[in-house]
Design a protein around this ligand. Structure first.
Ligand code: PFF
Length: 515
């Protein structure tokens, strides 16, 4: 099987793997918190609208590009475009950078799972608060590095097994298990006294401000860009993952249905994850007498400080729920990380084939893992800035706003903040104006029974107009979130200039190709 590209064993196997890629840390710590903070139900509506008009369209486009070309993300863009073939490289670099911190966070999950396991086995041992534990973990670079290596080894072993023998097999078991564990945590969370306050934070418009969780509601523009950025990361778009997974998909499968299922399942899990973590975190905060504004409801501290405190406050059964919860998060992290890794592995496998060499998946996976480890060690040793590792842009007391906090932010700023929205904007311009929607629609409509004229029209309008404009907006929003509100005008101008410049490029590209 060494130089065989392979394919998914079944459509459901593909779906579970794609849902696995989408469901990750972003669903658990990003979505619920951003939803509560940004107006609850209002945010959900904005998120859903963006998911339908932008996310669903890009999902179909990426799967179609992959399946049409049967190639890695670099090969796919090279095959269809003259002017935008270089986007493939952007979509390769972004997952590489994301892996630098995703594997460290995965390592933290393993560490917390083992910790709860040992608390379970040796009850009566000294109990530390979540923040003491987190602090001790971050300031132990050697430990963080070891757990990062462990996480990468697990991913390596899965990816080495191939598409159906590794990735599909893992997700076939991992996804249903994740779902069951999520339901268990939801039941426990909702039965804690005070849990309804957490539900209100998530779902009732304006409640976060009224109850005092946050002091001020964000404006509509901020809500739009927050929801857009979150939707992108959560659906694993513009990272080559869906192009790569699509390249292994059989021609007879229905891309429209598959894309819809992935978008719906990812959103559902994000909502379920919110109901699992936020009410528990809020209930515990209230019980401990912590001011609502001081309860950490998002980011790494939600997972590794607030929730650890929740489990410790549950007494004897706490560590058991802790083990279940961190295992659930770990599975979500692995299923996403393997899709990021596969983007790189597929690229090198295809490249070997083009050069007439026998590419060994095992060897390629090993080298890709080593390269990821090299950058991940920076993030691991830095310990979210706790250990003061030097960072580009820092020095002499002056720092570049936005990414200056730690290596994780630095990597996240470039990948999630810039490359991801930029890549999606360029891809929409390429499909909409250079190669034309018809070229991807042919692939999208393959395997769809009945008339497709309604879908064709919807797709064409979205990919030509709605997606590029939305992406310019999301790009500006992401840049503002990293470079600060003070630079918002500059961020908008840069974004609009990029949009128009590449729109012109796409138009020129089209006329050239036709001649
Ligand atoms: N969707 C993942 C999450 O929500 O955590 C992150 C991710 C995975 C982004 C794979 C991009 C990707 F290609």
């Amino acid at each position: 099987m060494e130089n065989e590209r392979g394919s998914w064993g079944s459509n459901i196997g593909f779906l579970l793997a794609a849902i696995g890629s989408a469901v990750g840390l972003g669903n658990i710590w990003g979505f619920p918190y951003k939803m509560g903070k940004s107006g609850g139900f209002t945010f959900l509506l904005v998120y859903l609208a963006l998911a339908v008009f932008v996310g669903f369209i890009i999902m179909m486009s990426e799967l179609a590009l992959g399946r049409k070309t049967g190639a890695s993300v670099v090969g796919a863009y090279h095959a269809v475009s003259r002017k935008f073939k270089w986007i493939g490289w952007l979509a390769m670099l972004a997952p590489f950078l994301i892996m630098s911190f995703y594997s460290v966070l995965g390592g933290y999950c393993i560490e917390y799972m083992s910790l709860n396991l040992s608390n379970l086995a040796f009850s009566g041992a000294e109990v530390k608060t979540g923040s003491d534990l987190f602090g001790a973990m971050l300031t132990n670079p050697f430990g963080c590095a070891m757990f990062t290596i462990l996480f990468l080894v697990v991913c390596l072993l899965i990816v080495k097994g191939g598409i159906s023998g590794g990735i599909e097999k893992f997700n076939n078991i991992g996804m249903p298990a994740l779902f069951i564990m999520l339901v268990i945590i939801i039941i426990r969370s909702l039965t804690l006294p005070g849990a309804t306050e957490g539900l209100k934070f998530m779902f009732v418009p304006g409640y976060a401000v009224k109850a005092g969780f946050i002091s001020e509601a964000p404006g509509l523009v901020t809500v739009l860009s927050t929801a857009g950025g979150q939707m992108f990361f959560s659906l694993s778009l513009a990272m080559g993952a869906m192009v790569t997974y699509g390249s292994y998909l059989d021609k007879k499968e229905n891309l429209v249905k598959n894309s819809a299922v992935i978008v719906v399942a990812d959103t559902l899990v994000a909502l379920m994850a919110g109901v699992a973590v936020i009410p528990a975190a809020v209930a515990n905060g209230i019980a401990q007498g912590i001011a609502l504004s001081d309860i950490k409801l998002g980011g790494p501290s939600l997972l590794f400080v607030t929730l650890q405190d929740v489990f410790q406050a549950m007494g004897r059964v706490g560590p058991l729920f802790g083990v279940i919860f961190y295992l659930l998060v770990l599975i979500a992290a692995i299923s996403s990380a393997i899709s990021l890794m596969e983007v790189l592995v597929t690229f090198f496998l295809d490249r070997a084939k083009v050069k007439g060499r026998t590419g060994s998946r095992s060897k390629i996976t090993l080298w890709v893992s080593v390269a990821i480890l090299a950058e991940a060690l920076l993030v691991a040793v830095d310990g979210l800035g706790s250990n003061g590792l030097w960072l580009p842009g820092q020095g002499g007391g002056a720092t570049i706003a936005g990414w200056n906090d730690c290596w994780l932010d630095f990597m996240d700023c470039w990948s999630e903040g810039i490359m991801m929205p930029l890549g999606a904007m360029l891809m929409a311009l390429m499909i909409g104006w250079e190669i034309k929607p018809k070229s991807t629609l042919e692939e999208i409509n393959h395997g769809v029974a009945g008339s497709t004229s309604g879908l064709d029209a919807f797709y064409s309008v979205c990919i030509k107009f709605v997606v590029p404009v939305a992406m310019a907006f999301i790009l500006a929003g992401q840049m503002i979130s990293f470079f600060g509100e003070a630079n918002s005008v500059v961020c908008y101008i840069i974004s609009i200039v990029i949009l128009f410049a590449f729109w012109v490029v796409a138009l020129l590209g089209h006329s050239k190709k036709e001649n």
